[in-house]
Design a protein around this ligand. Structure first.
Ligand code: FES
Length: 110
């Protein structure tokens, strides 16, 4: 089970640079990063699983976010590790666009 939480408006992404289409948001106290992708949206915990840098400070290319600290990369939708040195995936969240609003699904444990 999960519950849906509104985290952002689509218009907040309009001023972001093309190489960093991500937005750090607060989801009921959880740090989450939302990505604007070519074909939709992604959302992950905003903490790299390697040494806990903010993924929202990284660059996004081809559906991956690259951590600015040591270069690990993660799939922006699934949170799966795509590049070392990180070896653990990052928690991902489903995203639903409802008109101008973006909502994410927080699990029950959140
Ligand atoms: S803290 Fe992200 S790769 Fe090291």
């Amino acid at each position: 089970m999960s519950r849906w939480v509104k985290v952002a408006n689509v218009s907040e992404f309009e001023a972001l640079p093309a190489d960093s289409p991500s937005l750090a948001v607060d989801a009921e106290g959880y740090d989450v990063v939302v990505f604007r992708l070519e074909d939709g949206w992604g959302a992950l915990d905003d903490t790299c699983s390697h040494e806990f840098s903010k993924l929202s400070d990284g660059e996004v290319w081809d559906g991956r976010v690259y951590c600015e600290k040591h270069g690990s990369s993660f799939d922006c939708r699934s949170g799966a590790v795509r590049g070392l040195p990180a070896t653990d995936d990052v928690t991902s969240y489903d995203v639903d666009q409802r008109g101008e609003e973006l909502w994410i699904a927080l699990p029950d444990w959140a």
